[in-house]
Ligand binder design. Structure first.
Ligand SMILES: [Zn+2]
Length: 506
């Protein structure tokens, strides 16, 4: 092509916990409208910079919606977003490629696969021949229909997700090759595996760490990408669960299929190695008490079921109450999300004694009210910019916060929910986890990257707390998930089936 190619960038990123309350589009952020536009965002910025390095290109910045993790999106609001995006793409006119920043675990109040609906909107706007590259979170619930619509699928390989920037850069390199006229074929293979989130770490020695290494070893011409998706177990959608997606040169569908089958089989063969149960709360508190008295090394307790990163509100007090009841000393924890408590602390001022009413007025069983006397340690109101782990360098809007001393337990409280995925989040409110005997985080697994400098693997306890992001998926009532699925069902055997999608002769 003689003119400078136009690459449109758009996206819809949502990880839906079906057991959490529905949300509106007011809960999302249209990041193309943030200061600096898409080039300044962690979602699209690295891809744009890389593509500019590779070639002369024009970008068309279309709406890119980021919802984080929460309950299902109101369907009418989702439809508005799709229309906004298709209108924007049509306005651009002649688009040469589209880069979609997705998450892949969406669900609306009516649509069980809005990621496909979104992609259909993109296809309708740009036509069938324009190459589309999509970036997805490791926790995507990949559907065959998504694979029909996209030329290259690039999933985060790591969990905790420490390769987000690298994958955006990789996606840009695929866009570059597609603009040069190269074409692909997409294949998919998915075993009947739906793992709880705590079984999905990809660190070395973990079962999915081994699968990740195998997948990475298979990325060489003619294979463009091998993505292993853990799936988001709490979405309760038909396409939930683990999947493997392989993109290769268009004339190498057999190679792509063989790799998809090999990697999916490796994930299936590891099924007895996945950790599927968290530590009961009483055992975790007992271990914390041992750490507090110096009988063992310090521990970090993960309040797995109330992880804001898994769509939970970050407001449960079960673990807090259990630690206070047991008289465990030297505890630093956070961030509890409770606007009322933060406001009371701000009204009283630093150093004041207050009665903290957590979940005041709530009649919800998971957000039960809890009162405790407290001293206000700090009041904080500035953006949080973590320096390590998954959120390294990104601006997180922790809003107005405080830290309270509850006697034995010092706790950070924020007005909006924030996953505590790094020590910076606790330092932000003036609490130092390095000097604590017991640290408690509202996080399921991302904290592993942001606390790796403080805690070894044997100091980590994943606690089986009550909450909507529960690891105890055996206890959840799934309505839409395809069955049977290991480990919630008995599945003795599985014969791999590879499906062929975009670019395949059918
Ligand atoms: Zn994720």
């Amino acid at each position: 092509m003689s003119r400078v190619p136009i690459v449109a960038i758009t996206g819809y990123m949502h990880e839906v916990n079906a057991f959490a309350d529905p949300v509106t589009h007011g809960h999302g952020l249209q990041v193309a409208e943030t200061p600096g536009g898409l080039a300044a965002t962690w979602e699209a910025g690295p891809a744009m910079r890389r593509l500019r390095e590779l070639r002369d290109v024009q970008f068309a910045e279309c709406p890119l919606w980021e919802f984080g993790a929460s309950g299902p999106l109101l369907d009418a609001h989702f439809q508005k977003i799709v229309h906004q995006v298709t209108d924007a793409l049509r306005e651009v006119g002649e688009v040469d490629a589209v880069l979609v920043m997705g998450h892949g675990a969406g669900r609306t109040t009516e649509d069980l696969d809005p990621d496909t609906t979104f992609l259909r909107g993109v296809r309708e706007a740009v036509g069938d021949d324009v190459p589309v590259v999509m970036v997805l979170d490791f926790h995507a619930n990949l559907s065959p229909e998504m694979c029909d619509l996209v030329d290259v699928i690039v999933g985060y390989r790591t969990n905790p997700h420490v390769d987000i920037t690298e994958r955006a850069v990789e996606a840009a390199e695929h866009v570059h090759r597609l603009l040069d006229g190269h074409r692909t074929v997409v294949t998919m293979c998915r075993p009947p595996l739906m793992l709880p989130q705590l079984a999905q770490n990809t660190l070395p020695g973990e079962p999915l760490g081994d699968v990740r290494e195998l997948a990475e070893a298979r990325i060489a011409a003619p294979v463009w990408n091998v993505s292993v998706f853990g799936g988001f177990s709490l979405s309760d959608v038909p396409d939930g669960g683990l999947s493997v997606c392989v993109t290769a040169d268009r004339d190498a569908p057999e190679v792509a299929a063989a790799v998809a089958e090999e990697v999916a089989t490796a994930a299936w063969d590891a099924r007895d190695r996945y950790r599927t149960r968290a530590t009961p709360m009483a055992d975790a508190v007992a271990e914390a008490a041992r750490a507090a008295t110096g009988v063992r090394s310090p521990v970090i307790l993960a309040d797995t079921a109330d992880n804001p990163g898994g769509g939970a509100p970050g407001n449960t007090t079960f673990l807090l109450e259990a630690l206070l009841d047991a008289g465990v000393d030297g505890v630093v924890m956070g961030l509890q999300c409770d606007r009322g408590v933060v406001d009371a602390a701000w009204d009283a001022g630093e150093g004041a004694r207050i009665v903290a009413h957590f979940n005041e007025g709530s009649d919800r069983p998971l957000a039960r009210p809890f009162r405790v006397e407290a001293t206000v340690l700090s009041l904080v109101d500035r953006p949080l910019v973590p320096t390590k782990g998954v959120y390294d360098g990104s601006t997180r809007h922790a809003s107005r916060c405080c830290a309270l001393d509850l006697g034995g337990v010092r706790i950070g409280v924020s007005s909006h929910k924030v996953q505590c995925a790094d020590d910076d989040t606790l330092l932000h409110v003036g609490l130092d986890p390095a000097s604590a005997k017991v640290v408690v985080v509202k996080s399921r697994g991302h904290f592993r990257a942001g606390f790796a400098h403080l805690f070894e693997a044997d100091q980590i306890i994943e606690v089986g707390t009550p909450g909507v992001a529960s690891a105890e998926i055996h206890q959840l009532e799934f309505e839409h998930l395809r069955r049977p699925m290991f480990p919630i069902d008995d599945v003795a055997e599985w014969t791999p089936v590879v499906t062929f999608h975009r670019g395949a002769m059918r």
